[in-house]
Design a protein around this ligand. Structure first.
Ligand code: NAP
Ligand code: 8YV
Length: 319
């Protein structure tokens, strides 16, 4: 008997792909690479496998009459048209929690990297510049003021780490969290005006599009640093480049970009920027945990068993 058919809508991590291939035949982006073949294949697809960056639009869901689940390898699912998935009765799952520590670790790594110019210092030594003079002084991180845009699972994990550095923590989110004990500001601009390091860690999508805009960067000011580990769409990249070039903010640490994997060349040449390739969850341990959870969700969805981690919109419907 042939295996059930699954569509991969993005290049899958090998841990996830190998797990899927034990039970399913995985079609790698056939909807894009061979639309004619996909028209015949589509009615057989029972599961859709994606990543946090993958696009699952309404038009694709409409072609999948027998899909039973969309299993995203990632906590962010802003590429999935969830209202369309609800309309088509196709549950969406993601991988919350298992990557929280890694993403918070990288956020703190970027705070330290930009504040203390660690990558620049590495280049300084490798380029043989040490004998000809000291580097410019860095910015003290311990005790500095940290603003978190999005105090969810990962935002709270960043706050725990920053507390150990003696940082003064404030945040913004859709709703105030009185139990957190941290100062709440109702807008990103109001928060930015009060901090030295501003970390964005919200979901992407329409609700947060350009939440960090020119006004927020101006409020952050010439001694302030921006860290983005959320989604490229959360920051107005043109406004950010302008602010970095003019020195109207001190620097930035960026793991995510508007048009990945393409990073504007204007950022490559800036000395006050640290760039990483959307790698906040990219450790062997975490990618394995994400693969296990994404695979478990796929299996559950296809077999009609309870989903391990449906996205909140579906969790609410399933209650
Ligand atoms: P979460 O627990 O759902 O937290 C999201 C937080 O964002 C919540 O505090 C939420 O506010 C806040 N938020 C949502 N919309 C907002 C808005 N318009 N303005 C201000 N705050 C807003 O999610 P999580 O597990 O922490 O993950 C957060 C995001 O991190 C993911 O969705 C993904 O985009 C990103 N991420 C990136 C990487 C990477 O590799 N760089 C890896 C994993 C995750 P409320 O609490 O008030 O609802
Ligand atoms: C991953 C992410 O890089 O979880 C998310 O939302 O952005 C990351 O963990 C991604 O999903 C894997 O491609």
């Amino acid at each position: 008997m042939s295996k059930p058919q699954v569509l991969a809508v993005a290049k899958l991590h090998p841990f996830y792909l190998q797990a899927l291939e034990t039970l399913y035949t995985v079609h790698d982006r056939t909807h894009v690479t061979d639309p004619a073949a996909f028209a015949a294949l589509a009615p057989q697809i029972v599961g859709v496998a994606g990543t946090g960056e993958a696009s699952v639009p309404r038009s694709l869901l409409a072609q999948l009459p027998n899909a039973k689940v969309v299993s995203v390898f990632g906590v962010g699912y802003d590429g999935v048209d969830v209202p369309a998935a609800i309309a088509h009765g196709i549950p969406v799952t993601h991988t919350p929690g298992v990557l929280t520590d890694d993403v918070a670790d990288l956020a703190m790594g970027l705070v330290l990297s930009v504040g203390r110019s660690i990558p620049q210092a590495d280049q300084f030594v490798r380029a043989g510049q040490w004998p000809s003079g000291p580097m410019a002084l860095g910015r003290k991180v311990s005790g500095a003021r940290l603003g978190i845009v999005g105090l969810g699972r990962i935002g709270q994990a960043i706050a725990r780490r920053a507390s150990a550095f003696g940082m003064q923590i404030a945040y913004t989110a859709r709703s105030e969290k009185p139990d957190s004990g941290f100062q709440f500001y109702p807008t990103a601009a109001a928060l930015a005006a009060q901090v030295d390091f501003l970390v964005a860690i919200t979901p992407g999508g329409a609700g947060t599009q350009h939440l960090i805009n020119a006004e927020v960067l101006q409020a952050l000011g010439p001694r302030g640093f921006l860290i983005n580990v959320a989604r490229g769409s959360v920051v107005d990249e043109a406004a950010l480049i302008d602010a970095l070039q003019k020195g109207s903010i001190a620097g930035a640490g960026l793991d995510v970009f508007a048009n990945e994997p393409h990073v504007p060349e204007a950022l490559w040449s800036l000395r006050n920027v640290v760039l990483t390739p959307h790698m906040a969850s990219a450790t062997t341990e975490t990618r394995q945990a994400m693969a296990d959870l994404a695979f478990a969700n796929m299996q559950a969805g296809i077999s009609g068993l309870p989903l391990r981690t449906p996205v909140p919109e579906f969790a609410a419907l399933l209650k």
